[in-house]
Design a protein around this ligand. Sequence first.
Ligand code: ADP
Ligand code: MG
Length: 660
Amino acid sequence: MSHSYHRQLVFTIKERCRVCFTCVRECPVKAIKIINGQAEVLNERCIGCGNCVKVCSQGAKIPLNSVNEVEEMLASDHLIAACIAPSFPAEFEEIKDHRVIVGMVRKLGFDFVTEVSFGADLVAQAYEKRLKNEQKGGDISSDCPAIVYFIRQYNPDLVPYLAPIASPMVAMTRVMKKKHGAGLKVVFIGPCFAKKAETEEVDEVLTFRELRGMLQKRNISPENITPSEFDPPYSSKGAIFPISRGLYYTSNSQEAIPEEHVVIAEGRINFKEAVKEFEDGFIRDKHLMLLCCEGCIMGPGTSPGGKRFSRSAAVGEYVGKKMQNIDMETWQRDIDFYSDIDLSQSFNPEDRRLGPASNEDVLQALHEMGKFTEKDHLNCGACGYDTCVEHATAIVQRLAETEMCLPYTIEKLHDSINDLNISNEKLAHAKAALKQSEKLAHMGQLSAGIAHELNNPLGVITMYSNILMDEAPEGAAVREDLKLIVEQADRCKKIVSGLLNFARKNQVNLSETDVVKFLNHSVNSIIKPDNITITVIPNIQDPVAFLDIDQMMQVLTNLEKNAIEAMPNGGSLTVSVEGNKEEVIFIVKDTGTGIAKEYMDKLFTPFFTTKEMGKGTGLGLALIYGIVKMHKGKIHVDSNDDPAAGPTGSTFRITVPRGR
Ligand code: ADP
Ligand code: MG
């Protein structure tokens, strides 16, 4: 009979996946794909071992559920047999009397309840016969459906070595159909869900967990059933199958099968190694008894949390009792009666191996994860693959993603944190600048208001004090006093007009300017003390820019005046102009006292001055700030006031767009 049935056994609930990659690690055939950071079981690669279901703590892997189909079947008028796997004492450890379990299953509506272990007895004999055939050489046991899938899909060349013998489940199905007719429906109940995809010969497969669910739903408990014995045929040592080391030992043969002929391997790592060694010819003459999981008593279809050795003891106890009460004559009669059943099983290859990934592509994938030399291959296993190369290969095969590499992702995270810190700093600067300009805007409004109100009374004071001064006789003391009033009133007028300038919200009036000539002009219009040398450096090819000439002139002369005032003992003032295609930059550099660090962020605040009373108004830089901003330009100040740290002095750089 053929064996080419492929049902989807495991479904993925993507939203539940928390990307721990445990399923990737536990999947012996890497049938789990990670897309956009979420795991998905690929049906065409899956061998139904159930490891992913067992290890997923989030319940993101859901096995195929057959309860509805079985319930429908039970509601029909078919004759239905439940064939219970020999690991049942392990699942129902809490129920010591097997007849209680049989009674409970019967109450669900099954017409017959039998033990698969009679099938195991038959199969064991078939294996024994095969083993005794000296010519035969090594083979691979075919009782574990996940192993059969593994060989068919990933070692198709080894398919001829699969023992061509039906599994105990299939054997028992054939027994029951011989006994009750082909119309009988058979439901296998066991610890494994790869069985659900083993064959179409068995009508449905329930796991022990599904069985428990059905019993619970129908409120069937040991208290409300009538215990009863299994239906015949009765088994013998086949019942020990789940805890014995495979089928060969289940045989009732007197001659023990020499252990050196047999290799036993269980679990996702061991079975693969055994197959590899078999393939490579090291153990070609051995009989491989392989199980994909950790043995049927701990199968993925059993209830979680069971204790391995306690479960094993429960099966042992059950078989011990069974062997005490067994009627060997009846058993032998049954075995003889069913000996004409065809126990053969054929398997066909179904190659699911992925094409090889090119070295170049794998290297490229490794480089993308920052792995350039052997030393970078940490092989930490966090991604679920044993080595970095395996991970890179899976990336090339589109089964995995670069981000699954933990060291790489951590490094990227560090980089992002750094970037974030930098943007944070920039943001803080921008915020400070915003605050400053808001402050200036408020100051501007306030000063404009005050200046406007002061202008008229100041005019009156100036006018009348001038009249009084003219009228005062020459040499009179009052004339000197009036002169002072006129002087101070003039000073007030200057401050007020400075304030009005600062607060002026008018727009810039751009006109074409030769910035080199403009710079020379600015220098010529200030008074130069003898102890100061002034150098003008025109360092620009295209001198044309569009500026508000009056306002920019104020900017330059104010900067130059400040520079001169910062060099009371002489020094040098260098003014230069530079430029690129988009901007012109005026640089005013002095060798003066420099600006103390704590003053740097106050410079542009109106009325901030360090100059003695009557000398500074503290409006120069505030005015400059406003004008430059109106030109959509920037101001940058560098200064050193500490002779120990190098030559003192300040440099103001004004960058404005060419305004074309
Ligand atoms: P004022 O010149 O009336 O004091 P400003 O707004 O022009 O007002 O300048 C504010 C303050 O900035 C000055 O008092 C001075 O302390 C500092 N300052 C400006 N330019 C320079 C410079 N080139 N060197 C040193 N300090 C300067
Ligand atoms: Mg000034």
